[in-house]
Design a protein around this ligand. Structure first.
Ligand SMILES: Cc1ncc(COP(=O)(O)O)c(C=O)c1O
Length: 411
């Protein structure tokens, strides 16, 4: 049956009918026809505590009864104040500022606007473009699309519509780092900032880079006075093994974007966190220096209550230890595939396990294959991957990995 709904990243005419989910529980999706699927990708890497965690559900229910929404234009509520305080303290530096939005893409847009206006407010004009990286993905809105991989991203249709940015490759060696420095210096007067997904470029196919690369980029930004924007929308809240990926490189970003796991996978909410020095040029007597951005549902009380409950869970439950276990289990189950002739690479980091194949995986038939085995997996480009809830247990990981091994064998 044709539905009115228009689905994402989907040729509606030829796609297999989507599975109808009626209930979620823990790491399981319950389908309308009674089948159950182990969710191996935690709804695009959001449901870090598993679905329907009672603490998050209770916080949402209570907040809904008290106040489901109030605008932040001239009004404020305690949940947003508290959440901003907590997020501000999660990145290095004193008196950081937190700007809320409703999705990761918008958090990235806000970061781009903040970085651009940071210079304008100081009377420095022309620094309004960004250095970004091959294989990056930062979202589907126009500014975010412009800093995605210019060739391989799903946004290549929009080339003429998008702003020109300065894409380059992530430097991996000392020599490449030197070349990257020259690249930055040549564009110094035009560049507002450098934006990167730290350690794992997730949506482009789970591409990993080293802590040394991340550190090298950050050090150069610091040395040359470039604003470093880290997009932790996907990597934040434990996914790579630390609360934020940047912590592993012991560095100080200037702006950090978060979303996805912020509410434990329950309600849409995102935030852009800026350091005091990025914020300073906005804090003047001129109304012209204000940040002119304000999503209607920014800092929604229900979403903030969910996020505060989710952060409590990170404090009370051993999430990062669970992520360590997941990395071990995923490595143990997937690494044997390294020897497989059709496998190009197997890599695991935190709660991400990746099997990279020779060619792009045909999405529809792969989904069907995994659903037939009780698994919800959605390959990306040439990788089949697992990015589960951090509460997933070993038998479920083994089932997912067995399905992946069988898929690779029979493909
Ligand atoms: C690194 C990164 N940034 C931004 C986004 C966009 O987030 P949203 O889909 O919430 O707009 C994504 C989504 O996958 C992402 O992975």
């Amino acid at each position: 049956m044709e539905h009115a709904i228009w689905l994402p990243y989907c040729q509606m005419k030829t796609a297999r009918p989507p599975e109808q989910v009626v209930r979620t529980e823990g790491v399981m999706l319950h389908l309308a026809d009674g089948r159950q699927l182990i969710d191996g990708i935690s709804s695009w890497w959001t449901a870090c505590h598993g679905y329907n965690h009672p603490d998050v559900v209770a916080a949402i229910c209570q907040q809904t009864q008290e106040m489901s929404h109030v605008m932040l234009g001239g009004l404020l509520h305690q949940g947003a104040v508290q959440l901003a305080e907590r997020l501000a303290q999660m990145i290095p530096g004193q008196e950081n500022k937190v700007f809320f939005s409703d999705s990761g893409s918008v958090a990235v847009e806000v970061a781009l606007k903040i970085a651009t206006q940071h210079w304008i407010n100081q009377g420095i004009y022309g620094k309004n473009r960004f250095v970004c990286f091959q294989d990056s993905y930062h979202g589907d809105t126009a500014g975010a699309m412009s800093i995605c991989d210019p060739v391989d991203s799903m946004h290549s249709h929009f080339k003429g519509f998008l702003l020109d940015q300065f894409p380059t490759t992530i430097p991996k060696t000392e020599q490449q780092l030197k070349a990257f420095k020259d690249f930055l210096l040549e564009r110094r007067d035009q560049v507002a900032g450098v934006i990167l997904e730290p350690l794992i470029q997730m949506a482009a196919g789970m591409r990993f880079h080293s802590i040394a690369s991340l550190k090298g980029i950050a050090n150069l930004c610091r040395e040359l006075g470039f604003i470093l924007i880290l997009d932790e929308v996907a990597t934040g809240f434990g996914r790579t093994g630390s609360m934020f990926a940047f912590e592993q490189a012991n560095l100080q970003p200037d702006i950090v974007c978060v979303g996805k796991g912020l509410t434990g996978g329950s309600v849409g909410l995102a935030a852009t966190i800026a350091t005091q020095s990025v914020y300073q040029p906005f804090h003047t007597d001129s109304s012209d220096h204000a940040l002119m951005h304000g999503p209607t549902y920014m800092g929604n009380p229900i979403a903030c209550a969910a996020a505060n409950a989710s952060l409590d869970l990170f404090e009370q439950e051993p999430r990062l230890e669970q992520v360590q276990m997941l990395e071990m289990w995923l490595s143990g189950c997937l690494e044997p595939l390294k020897a497989h002739p059709r496998v190009v690479d197997v890599r695991c980091k935190g709660a991400v396990g990746v099997v990279q194949l020779e060619d792009d995986v045909p999405l529809q038939s792969a989904i069907e294959f995994f659903v037939d085995r009780g698994c919800w997996l959605r390959p990306l480009r040439d990788v089949v991957y697992v990015a589960p809830s951090f509460t997933m247990e070993r038998p479920q990981i083994e089932t997912l990995c067995a399905a992946i091994r069988e898929y690779v064998d029979t493909r």
